[in-house]
Write a protein of this length. Structure first.
Length: 162
């Protein structure tokens, strides 16, 4: 699914050929992942930072089931398809995919990312796929998080409203 001005939304089965084309043209791929439930300015900042590290940016979204396991009942607020459409519409994003495994490792391995990007709250040794990306000459980049911007905080603030 894609449209004018939108990044691609691909199933994982389609990722390998896309990544092969990108690498064959000499371009690099940055990769980041997350729930991205209720898009906010902190998300946009981190995606802009991630996109600046390579020619293409792939964003892997947790499936609805995966978000529920991570965040608890009542989450996600938006479905995976809605979240994917919103993320794909952002200028920094080249491609969006949805994964249902506990981690995005299989996706990382499939597209052999050049730059693995996560927030600075993660220690490099704890970043899923980091060891593998470094093993093929890629790099890990930790981007600063925007203080006070999180989906959980937004949801909590909404719940406090009268």
């Amino acid at each position: 699914m894609s449209g004018p001005g939108l990044g691609l939304i691909l199933k994982r089965a389609e990722l390998a050929s896309w990544a092969d084309e990108v690498h064959a043209s000499g371009r690099t791929i940055a990769f980041t992942n997350g729930c991205f439930d209720l898009l906010h300015s902190g998300h946009l900042f981190s995606l802009e930072q991630a996109a600046a590290t390579a020619d293409e940016l792939v964003v892997a979204l947790n499936s609805d089931e995966s978000v529920r396991e991570l965040k608890g009942p009542g989450r996600p607020i938006l479905t995976a398809r809605e979240r994917a459409s919103l993320i794909a519409a952002l200028r920094p994003v080249s491609l969006v995919t949805i994964f249902s495994e506990p981690t995005p490792l299989e996706t990382i391995l499939q597209i052999r990312v050049d730059v693995l990007v996560k927030g600075s709250e993660y220690e490099e040794a704890d970043i899923v796929g980091g060891r593998e990306v470094l093993s093929w000459g890629g790099q890990i980049v930790r981007v600063p998080m925007v203080v006070g911007k999180s989906t959980s905080q937004i949801i909590a603030a909404i719940r406090q409203l009268p």
